[in-house]
Structures are given as C-alpha cells and as structure tokens.
Design a binder for this molecule. Structure first.
Ligand SMILES: *[C@@H]1O[C@H](CO)[C@@H](O)[C@H](O)[C@H]1NC(C)=O
Length: 395
C-alpha cells in the first residue's frame, strides 16, 4: 500500500519535471519604438524537458525582414533600425519531444507623417474650371491633415476623411492662383508638401457670342437679343445698330438688348461688341420686323365718261408677299369686262354708266389684311355729248 503510493508520486514527478512541454516567457511583450531605433525581444525558457528548440516567426507566417536577426542561442530576436514595415506580432515557438508552446510580442513602430498629393502638381488650370487636390497622409500615430495657403496661418476649409484631405474649387478664379501647403502632423513630427496652382485666363481676348443670329418679330411686339461675352478681364458689352442709331425704345441690361413696340424701321443688323484690354469681338443679329398691310387706292375718287378706260391701283405697305383682291361694294362680282392684276390694279377697258360705284381693295399678307375704297362715277356719253354741245354753243 505504502510502496504503491510512493511509486505513484515518483511517476507524477517524472512527468511534471522531466517530461514537460516547454514553458516560456516573453520580454517585453509589447514594445513601441521610433523609426530607426533598435529593439530586442527575449524568449526565455522557464522550464520543460530538454532539448528545446526555439524558432521565431512573424504573424501570418511572413518571412522575417533582413534587419531582423536572431542571437546565437536562438532566444533573442533583434530588430536593427526598425522600419514601419517591421511593425506587427512576433512569435517564439519552442518545441521538445513532449510538445510545443508559443510566446508572442507586439512591436509598434512610430514614424513621422509622409504626404502624397494627387495630382502632384504644379497644376495649370483655366478660370472657371473645377479643381481638386487630394492630400494622402500616412504615419503612426495617424496624422492630422490640414491645408493652408503658403504664408498664411489660416486653415482652409476642406473635405477630410481619415487618410485624405481634399482641397477643391467648384469654379476656380484668377485670385486662387498660388502655392498651397498640405500639412500632416503627429507626435513624431510634421511634414508639409507644397503644390502650385496656376489659374490661367488672365490674357484672354474677348469673344462675343449671340444665342440666335436671326430674329423675326411682328410689329408692336418686344424683341430681346442676348450676347454672351467671355474673356479676361471680363469684357464690357455694348450694342449698336448697323448704319443707324439704336431705336428710341430700347434698353440694355447685363448684355441683353430689349426693343419694345418694334416697327418696320427697327429691322436691320444689330451688333454686340465685347471689349476688354486685349481687344474686341463683334457678333451680329439680323432683325426683321414684319407688319400687316396698310392699303390705299390711287386714285380714291375718279369721274370719267362712259367708254373711257378705268385704272385703279391698290397700294399697300407691309411685309411681302402681299396679295390683292378687288370687289365692288354691294355686288357679288366685278363687271364681266373688269380685269385685275397680281400687283393690285383694276382695269376696265371701256367703262359703262353701270360701272359707277364703290370699289374695294383688300391687301393681305401672312400677318393680316387691310382694305381701301375708291369711288368711281361714270357719266353717260349722252350727257357728255350735251355738255359738249353746250360748250360749242358757248363758243
Ligand atoms: C467695337 O469696339 C471697338 C473698341 O472699342 C471699336 O473699335 C469698334 O469699332 C466697335 N465696333 C462697333 C461695331 O461698334
């Protein structure tokens, strides 16, 4: 009974002391160094059955970098002049015939920020274009990013996310030209990168552009003419009319010429002139003002003897093409001997007394129509004969 107990104790001692898996401790377990500093980790074997083999690995089984060396007895790992890429977890794996154990250490490498700009610049842009420059910052701890104008201490308003700070202009102006600085800062230091923004357009000749080149308007209406001028400095826009002053009823406001209550005399060519220190540019608009006809008869009263020819001319002002229509007041049709022409004439080769009456001319174009009257009085030959008889009697 006693001997069996003693044997059991002996067996457990052999297992606990002689046949034990490796027992490890790691020093230090966590380290933080500046970039360029050196650091050693020691994997200390506190127990376990000999022989014990030690092996160092980086997490994820990455190979050890060239600046990482292992001491002669395998227990010390030294990182010479640590780089950011050396950051991570290191594991020491100890194995013997009984088993294996792992100790681990974490290395943190602090480094001052590095900055990359996209695009790197210098940037040449044109007035009015959108511009954006991204500043990417890396560093440990993570740096804060700011944009400034060179020579100014004010932080510019920008769009920032964790690693990127973007300076942007929806519409860049001439005065935005200059040197801009992205500053990245953490506990390890401050890094600045400059970029030059050159806004071009300071030497732009003017260019005048009209939205339409021909305008047709109806008499009495309003006509609006728009001229857009580009150039730098911003051109001054003036309006004029070819070989004539601008109509009395006109107004100009921010490059727009407005004519109210237009008449036929307002037809013609209008000129927009954009002028700046580099020159001038002209653009033209042809305006046609259309009017309804205004008709008159020539003559508007006629007295003649039967048998003589009658000729009436209808005259009309108004936009062409004009058409004419003759009729006789109170009658459905003209007398059979009457003849009309396209240019507005009414002809009767030999008038009769019954041709007396009021004649109407209607002039028409695509805008409207107008009518004019002529009064025709035909005396009989007999009456004329009598008159002549009287004349002859008088003389
Ligand atoms: C336009 O302006 C320029 C410069 O002021 C001038 O020389 C030119 O005659 C102008 N053109 C018209 C049509 O007024």
């Amino acid at each position: 009974m006693e001997t069996s107990t003693a044997a059991a104790v002996l067996i457990s001692l052999v297992f606990s002391v002689g046949a034990q898996a490796p027992v490890l401790s790691m020093e230090p377990r966590v380290a933080s160094v500046q970039q360029g500093e050196s650091i050693s980790f020691r994997c200390r074997v506190a127990g376990g059955q000999q022989p014990i083999q030690l092996e160092w690995r980086k997490s994820n089984n990455q190979p050890l970098a060239d600046n990482v060396k292992i001491g002669p007895d395998g227990s010390v790992l030294t990182i010479a002049e640590a780089q950011p890429s050396n950051q991570g977890q290191y594991r020491c794996v100890a194995s013997n015939p009984v088993g294996r154990n792992t100790g681990s250490a974490v290395l943190n490498v602090r480094y001052p920020p590095t900055v990359k700009l996209t695009p790197a610049g210098p940037l040449r842009v044109r007035v009015g274009e959108p511009v954006s420059i991204e500043c990417h910052g890396t560093g440990r701890p993570r740096p804060t990013l700011k944009w400034k104008r060179q020579g100014s201490t004010l932080d510019l308003v920008t769009k920032a996310t964790d690693d990127v700070n973007t300076i942007e202009w929806a519409v860049v102006r001439l005065e935005d030209s200059g040197m801009y600085v992205c500053q990245a800062q953490n506990n390890e230091g401050t890094t600045e990168v400059k970029v030059e923004v050159m806004v071009q357009g300071g030497h732009d000749a003017p260019l005048a552009l009209v939205t339409v080149e021909e305008i047709t308007a109806v008499q009495g209406h309003t006509v609006t003419m728009e001229c857009r001028a580009s150039g730098s400095p911003t051109p001054v826009v003036t309006w004029s009319k070819l070989r004539a002053p601008l109509p009395w009823k006109h107004a100009v406001s921010s490059g727009i010429l407005t004519l109210t209550d237009v008449g036929r005399q307002d037809s013609g060519q209008y000129i927009c002139n954009a002028t700046n220190t580099h020159g001038y540019s002209e653009a033209y608009i042809q305006v046609e003002v259309e009017s309804p006809p205004y008709a008159t008869c020539l003559p508007d009263q006629v007295r003649l003897r039967a048998g003589n020819p009658l000729q009436l001319q209808c005259l009309a002002h108004g936009s062409p093409p004009l058409s004419f229509q003759w009729s006789r007041a109170g009658r459905e049709a003209l007398a059979p001997g009457a003849e009309t022409t396209r240019d507005g004439r009414l002809l009767i080769a030999q008038v009769k007394v019954t041709d007396s009456g009021t004649y109407k001319c209607v002039a028409t174009n695509h805008i409207g129509s107008s009518e004019a009257l002529a009064k025709v009085t035909v005396k009989s030959e007999f009456r004329i004969g009598m008159d002549c008889l009287l004349c002859s009697l008088l003389f």
